[in-house]
Design a protein around this ligand. Structure first.
Ligand SMILES: Nc1ncnc2c1ncn2[C@@H]1O[C@H](COP(=O)(O)OP(=O)(O)OP(=O)(O)O)[C@@H](O)[C@H]1O
Ligand SMILES: [Mg+2]
Length: 257
């Protein structure tokens, strides 16, 4: 299954959730690919991958698409192992920002879908992290995916942004990827002690939005695992937040059928 984690709002937990879902998938024995489409490279870093000038990145794959690189590498050549068993990454690079306009003006929006189609047989699961914009890369990801989930950070502005986002995503689905499924809203940074998060989640539900049952709590352990560059399933297998990630992974997987 190809799953995109997307929200055009920044800092809601896209990189945290995509990397941890990929890590959980790998941990339970699935060969898993994490594609990092954000030039910030947060999920590449979090998954423990150290890029150097020789490592082929997803930006290099796109440069090949528009002929900036006159190479003929296969999609698999842009994939690298991480320190974690079964977890592979197609790493980001700051060069993603340089090539975006060229890709857009030459209508290369389906190239990621083509590349991932070639890789689908190689991997059991593919998770895609996206930038905090409805730009070429997030659109290409939504076109390439089977489903998408939307992290929600329990903030009022975030609730309004979700309705706009869903309109945009549904238009894209209609035009370019009729198979795309909204897997659900992922409640992140949930604090059951405070009143507001619960109220906001209830307001999303009352709008008829599909809020997934597995909430991710706000915990300092998430930030700790970021700084150690060890996703939660490998860093703290028994922690409550890891259990929540595992439950979320199972919920998304159950949706496959
Ligand atoms: N459940 C959580 N508990 C505590 N901190 C969290 C949690 N989820 C995310 N964070 C923190 O919030 C910040 C933003 O998270 P993250 O980078 O995953 O968001 P993002 O949506 O990918 O951001 P961007 O839009 O910049 O790519 C990070 O510092 C991260 O450690
Ligand atoms: Mg991010």
């Amino acid at each position: 299954m190809i799953v995109v984690v997307f929200n055009q709002k920044g800092g809601v937990g896209k990189s945290t959730i995509s990397t941890n879902l990929a890590a959980q998938s790998a941990k339970v024995g699935h060969k898993t690919l994490l594609v990092d489409l954000d030039a910030q490279g947060n999920s590449t870093h979090y998954a423990g991958f150290d890029a150097n000038e020789k490592s082929n990145s997803v930006a290099d794959m796109f440069k090949q698409v528009v002929g900036i690189f006159r190479t003929a590498k296969k999609p698999i050549e842009f994939i690298h192992p991480t320190p974690f068993e079964n977890l592979f990454v197609m790493p980001s690079s700051p060069a993603l920002a340089d090539v975006e306009r060229e890709l857009e003006s030459r209508y290369k929006i389906f190239k990621l879908k083509d590349a991932l189609k070639e890789l689908k047989g190689e991997f059991d699961n593919i998770f895609i992290d996206t930038p905090p914009n409805f730009n070429f890369y997030s659109k290409a990801a939504l076109i390439a995916a089977d489903g998408f989930c939307v992290p929600f950070d329990c903030d009022d502005f975030s609730a309004q942004a979700i309705l706009r986002l869903l309109d945009n995503a549904m238009e894209l689905k209609e035009d370019h990827n009729p198979e795309l499924r909204l897997l659900g809203i992922v409640v992140n940074q949930f604090n059951s002690q405070a009143k507001l998060p619960g109220e906001l989640v209830n307001s999303l539900k009352s709008e008829g939005l599909p809020v997934l049952d597995s909430y991710i709590s706000a915990t300092v352990k998430v930030k700790e695992s970021h700084s150690k560059r060890i996703p939660l399933p490998f860093y703290l297998p028994k922690h409550k937040a890891t259990g929540q990630i595992a439950a979320l992974f199972a919920e998304l997987n159950a949706d496959k059928t």
